[in-house]
Design a protein around this ligand. Structure first.
Ligand SMILES: NC(=O)c1ccc[n+]([C@@H]2O[C@H](COP(=O)([O-])OP(=O)(O)OC[C@H]3O[C@@H](n4cnc5c(N)ncnc54)[C@H](OP(=O)(O)O)[C@@H]3O)[C@@H](O)[C@H]2O)c1
Length: 318
């Protein structure tokens, strides 16, 4: 395979790091897009040394901050004439943390997990469109299964600090909503970028063991739960291999607007009138995603909120 140029956000730990290692092992040009250079430099050096690949690069990117995204993209445009793969892997999920706004005054979970990937993908559009097989992969989560319950909805009412002291604030709920919003964006971006030949897909991750460092980011109560979950979760390398397959294999070359499961199978929307047994089967399995993700009215809200928030950085025709 011809070496690909891949950008992986949040590549200094967990699945992102394992993915950077996998792509580097296979001889590709890896751009590790990380917010903390000091912390990420030893990781880049380790990957480069282990794989004997001198094309493992480290660039600063805080995906929750528009200025940082713009600077990162400017730098990439100066250095490269095209990019083949973008993996929107970085995410904020510091469960138990207080309500927090990003530098652009956007609720931090939504800023990092939704608006950041939206802006980054749009700003890289021209570089991606120059690849002969451009692919974007968004890191989803099985947390969206909550939306199998028809009462669950994305709450858009507190994204700009409208109620910073909301007693009902929960990173867990914001994270759940953000991953649903990201899936909706995936479907919408797949259509939007079709004329450029850019394929946009999502992978539903069912869990990956969290590193000690990641565990330290979440509040003690949540940490205990995460440690327990770690006993059952697959190592990050498992999902990293899936990232690799979905982004490079000829098998997926023409797929776009797909939510893949942890076996790299195509998921389909859940049925809502199937009865109790079907509901249970759907909730326990990994064959379907909640049909809420196909709601065009909510998708338009997500898309338009992202557009409004990023209007100083991009102008879109539709
Ligand atoms: N682990 C799971 O069980 C699980 C389950 C479902 C989905 N996922 C998804 O899988 C992806 C990877 O998660 P992981 O388990 O590998 O977690 P992780 O080890 O905590 O990695 C998250 C990465 O995102 C980076 N990041 C966070 N905010 C950022 C920002 N503003 N700008 C740039 N980078 C930022 C972190 O950087 P720092 O080191 O600087 O914080 C870190 O490198 C995420 O999208 C997550 O939602 C994970």
């Amino acid at each position: 395979m011809k070496p690909k140029r891949v950008i992986i956000t949040g590549a200094n730990s967990g699945i992102g790091k394992a993915a950077a290692l996998k792509f580097a092992e296979e001889g590709h040009v890896v751009i590790m897009a990380c917010r903390n250079i000091k912390k990420s430099l030893p990781v880049q050096q380790e990957i480069s040394k282990k794989t004997n690949n001198s094309s493992v690069l480290l660039k600063k990117l805080d995906v929750s901050t528009f200025n940082s995204i713009e600077q990162f993209c400017d730098e990439i445009k100066q250095e490269f004439d095209h990019i083949d793969i973008l993996i929107n892997n970085a995410a904020y999920f510091n469960h138990g943390s207080d309500y927090k706004l990003s530098d652009d005054d956007i609720e931090i979970t939504f800023a990092t997990n939704v608006v950041g990937p939206f802006l980054l993908t749009h700003l890289l559009k021209n570089l991606l469109s120059r690849s002969d097989d451009p692919r974007v992969l968004n890191a989803g989560s099985n947390i969206i299964k909550h939306f199998l319950n028809p009462k669950k909805e994305i709450d858009f009412s507190n994204l700009r600090g409208e109620n910073v002291n909301d007693p009902a604030h929960s990173v867990y709920i914001n994270y759940r909503n953000s991953k649903m919003a990201l899936l909706m964006l995936t479907f919408k971006m797949a259509d939007f970028f079709k004329p450029e030949g850019i394929k946009v897909n999502s992978i539903q991750i069912n869990g990956a063991t969290m590193s000690e460092e990641s565990l330290q980011k979440i509040k003690p109560g949540w940490r205990i739960i995460a440690r327990f979950q770690n006993l059952f979760f697959r190592p990050p390398e498992y999902t990293a291999d899936l990232y690799y397959r979905l982004c490079t294999s000829i098998e997926y070359r023409n797929h776009t607007g797909i939510q893949f499961n942890h076996r790299a199978e195509l998921m389909r929307p859940a049925v809502t009138e199937g009865g109790l047994l079907t509901d249970i089967k759907q909730a326990l399995g990994s064959d379907v995603y909640p049909s809420y993700a196909d709601r065009k009215d909510i998708t338009e809200i997500v898309w338009n909120r992202c557009r409004e928030m990023t209007r100083e950085y991009i102008t879109l025709d539709s």
